[in-house]
Design a protein around this ligand. Structure first.
Ligand SMILES: [Fe+2]
Length: 242
């Protein structure tokens, strides 16, 4: 599938620009340095002026870390998702929300997929983590408990993870990076921030239909990458017990 860039309307580009400008200003003191640096590196292929062309982003990603964007129609089977990650391909939708949906979406649009997820794929350690996560997912796909534990890891790191900078939590996860409301709320409400601990994360069930109240803060991207040895170990035990 392709992006069909010419089919975006002036209103679509304007919506992208509004979201991009508002959130980039908002994130300056909230997002982690890794994200902000990667976002800057992707300019001018990723900027407020217009919806990004995936071909341009692909070129930048390939040069930096070998990743590329795979256009998907919506949710895809989890085995396919893991397989794409294991081959350094990140799934993205191509549709953009309407101006009435700036603050709330039921399913991710390209602002979430591209603005939230893609910049960090320029970061070499993060890129390696995502690839290995896909490889592990592929190896354990089809085991419901293993899939559920991997979903928790993804949820509490890639989507809603925090990371410490000089002792203060900053945003790492794409679900928060792409949400104006949640990125403001976590710094203005009594949320619980726990130190990242892989066994706890893998056992922590979550709800998708409400805003999070508990978040995990990593010490570094390395800590995230290093956790995958333990993940493999645990999943092997889970599957052996079935
Ligand atoms: Fe996402």
């Amino acid at each position: 599938m392709n992006q069909h860039f010419d089919q975006y309307s002036p209103r679509d580009h304007q919506t992208w620009g509004t979201l991009f400008t508002r959130q980039t200003l908002n994130l300056q003191d909230k997002a982690c340095r890794h994200y902000l640096d990667c976002l800057e590196t992707l300019t001018p292929d990723l900027q407020a002026r217009q919806i990004p062309r995936f071909t341009g982003l692909d070129q930048r990603l390939k040069e930096a870390t070998g990743w590329s964007i795979e256009v998907v129609p919506g949710l895809i089977p989890v085995g396919e998702f893991f397989d794409l990650l294991s081959r350094r391909r990140f799934c993205s939708s191509t549709w953009i929300r309407s101006p009435k949906q700036l603050d709330y979406l039921e399913e991710p649009d390209m602002f979430h997929d591209i603005y939230g997820h893609v910049p960090l794929l320029m970061h070499s350690e993060y890129a390696r983590f995502m690839e290995r996560f896909g490889q592990i997912g592929k190896a354990f796909a089809g085991h419901p408990e293993a899939e559920s534990q991997l979903e928790r890891l993804y949820w509490f790191t890639i989507e809603f993870g925090l990371i410490l900078e000089d002792g203060a939590p900053k945003i790492l996860g794409a679900g928060i990076l792409s949400s104006y409301g949640e990125s403001v709320q976590i710094f203005n409400s009594p949320i619980e921030v726990r130190p990242f601990h892989i066994d706890e994360v893998l056992s922590h069930s979550f709800r998708k239909d409400v805003m999070q109240t508990t978040y995990y803060a990593l010490e570094s991207i390395d800590q995230l990458a290093d956790s995958l040895d333990r993940v493999e170990q645990r999943l092997a035990l889970v599957c052996a017990a079935v």
